[in-house]
Each structure stands twice: as C-alpha cells, then as structure tokens.
Design a protein around this ligand. Structure first.
Ligand SMILES: C[S@@+](CC[C@H](N)C(=O)[O-])C[C@H]1O[C@@H](n2cnc3c(N)ncnc32)[C@H](O)[C@@H]1O
Length: 301
C-alpha cells in the first residue's frame, strides 16, 4: 500500500507534517543540542571523514548536525514532508552541499544528499552502498515491520562501522494501552489532535512539573529550547508520541540478540530503565563478516 493510501486510511501518522511545524521553532540552540546528543551517543567529538546514513531523518535536524560535525550525509525518509524538511534545512543552512543525483557516485565523504525511500525497500538500500555510521533514532518501530527494517539497516553498515539506533521499549502493562491509544489517534486524527494529545500532554506535563518542583527546578524551563534532550520540543514530541503509528516495541535483550546474531558487538547502551521511551544502542559491525566455525562474539566486550 502506498504512503498516501496508508495516510488516507488512518494507518500511518503524518510524521512529516509534525516535523514541518517543529522546524518553524528551529533555533541555533536546538541544533547545538542535536550536535551534543550525536557526539554523546557516538562517543566522538567530530565525524570528519565518515559517511553517515540518517535513516528516517524526520525534521533533518540530526542530518544537519552530523554534517556540521564533518560527516558526508545521506538523509532518507519515507514521508515526503520529512524529505522536504531536510531539503529545506539544507537549502537554508548548507546551500553549498549540492544535491548528489546518485550517492554512490560520491568520490568521498562530502556533501549532503536527501532522498525519499523506505528502510523496508532492500533494492533502494542496496543502491546506497555501505556507511561508516548508520543512525536511525526512533524510526524502525514506526515502519510496520521493525525486525525486517533492522535486518535491512544492518546491511547498510560497512565492515567496522557503527549502527546507532533508538527503539521503543516494551512494557508489559503500558505497551498494550499505548498501542490502542496510538491506533485510535491515527485512525481519527482530529480527535487525536484535539482531545487525546492535549489530555496526554497535560497529564505528562503535570507529572514532569511536579518532579521539577520537588527537585527545586523551574518547571517552565523545560519548555524553553533547552528544556528537552536532543533539541526536541515538548508539544511536537507529544503529538508524535500520541499519533505515531505504526508502532512496535522491543526489549533491550531482543535487540541485542538480533544484532549479535548478525555479527555486531554492543559498544554503547542507554536504556530507559523499564519506563516508556526509547532505548538507545550503538553496535559495531565486525571488520569482516562472521564465517562458519567462528566462535560467537563475546557478550561483554
Ligand atoms: C519519530 S520520527 C524520528 C525522526 C528523527 N530520526 C529524529 O530522531 O528526530 C520517525 C521518522 O521515521 C520515518 N519513517 C517511518 N517509516 C519509515 C520507513 N519505512 N522508512 C524510512 N523512514 C520511515 C517517519 O516518516 C518519521 O520521519
């Protein structure tokens, strides 16, 4: 089924429209936070000389951040509005990063290419070649088939390269409730936007404000640009969180086992400690593909 059909039938959230709105509140501080979050996740001060794939680039903020840190970037998203967001950022802030008609023609890790495509489309991915860093934050669980998406993405990492992903945590009690809420909000977008998102946002906002007050912090500071990690915005996150459909979840163990079986070693992990939210993983692909008879990679290194 095409993206337009899925959207029309209430089977897909309009992520790109939300990102377009988010970019109206773009500030240099959000960009600095995005750069900081990339540096912290990848454990590097810069990305000079590396080729990075930003799969499910959304607003394009992290592609821009990676570009500013020195990487040659390919941004990719399935939602045409998200693609337009990345193209708009590039035109406005990196006008010299001329579009590359075919990213595999690049002579080196320079430039910023923005493409429309799906992580579920193996033929499309095969045309992109291998990357030193594959970054996909909060994306695979919104594709409708997160394990196929992860399998495909593993194939985009060059030997010795990094795979940095964030996937929604599975909770035995809350996951079925969240799943039902999201499906309803996506099927009836007006109710989702005017009823479910405000109720959910106010509830979460009140809990966060109480936590801030108990710690002696100003609860309003969270809603300024520096209030959320990764340069995000509270209300756009709420809308994305309430409506974000398709939706799947996973446990850290499932993701670890899945990637390990494909020759990846865990290099970084930040879980949400059993709460709602995304677990972050950084895996490194073995410098050569595992061969028959190799001992399994050590689980602790
Ligand atoms: C929650 S947003 C995350 C955006 C961005 N990675 C970030 O961290 O801000 C999820 C993005 O994944 C994109 N997406 C969903 N399904 C996809 C697919 N099959 N292939 C590529 N992108 C997809 C959506 O269009 C959306 O822009």
């Amino acid at each position: 089924m095409s993206w337009e059909n899925e959207l029309g039938r209430g089977e897909r959230f309009a992520f790109g429209a939300n990102w377009r709105d988010f970019l109206r509140r773009f500030t240099p501080e959000r960009l600095r936070q995005a750069e900081g979050s990339l540096r912290a996740l990848l454990g590097r001060d810069d990305l000079c000389g590396l080729r990075l794939l930003d799969m499910g680039s959304g607003s394009g903020l992290f592609s821009l951040a990676a570009r500013r840190l020195g990487a040659g970037v390919v941004s990719c998203d399935y939602d045409p509005d998200s693609v337009a967001c990345a193209e708009g950022l590039r035109a406005a802030l990196r006008p010299d990063d001329a579009p590359k008609p075919n990213p595999t023609d690049e002579t080196g890790p320079t430039g910023w290419t923005v493409l429309r495509g799906s992580v579920l489309d193996r033929e499309f991915l095969a045309g992109l070649g291998g990357f030193d860093v594959v970054y996909s934050w909060g994306v695979l669980h919104h594709t409708g088939d997160q394990w196929t998406a992860l399998d495909n993405l593993c194939g985009c990492v060059a030997p010795g390269g990094l795979l940095a992903i964030a996937l929604y945590n599975r909770q035995p009690f809350f996951t079925p409730l969240h799943t039902a809420m999201k499906h309803a909000a996506c099927r009836w977008p007006l109710a989702g936007r005017l009823v479910i998102a405000p109720i959910y946002g106010l509830g979460v906002g009140a809990l966060l404000a109480m936590a801030d007050l108990l710690r002696g912090r100003n609860p309003l500071a969270r809603h300024k640009t520096s209030g959320l990690p990764r340069g995000m915005s509270f209300w756009h996150d709420v809308r994305d969180w309430v409506g974000g459909w398709p939706f799947e979840t996973s446990t850290p163990e499932q993701v670890f086992d899945f990637c390990r079986a494909r020759g990846f070693a865990l290099r970084g992990l930040r879980t949400v400690g059993g709460k709602s939210g995304c677990n972050e993983f950084v895996f490194e692909r073995a410098a050569r593909p595992p061969a028959a008879g190799d001992p399994p990679p050590c689980a602790f290194c």
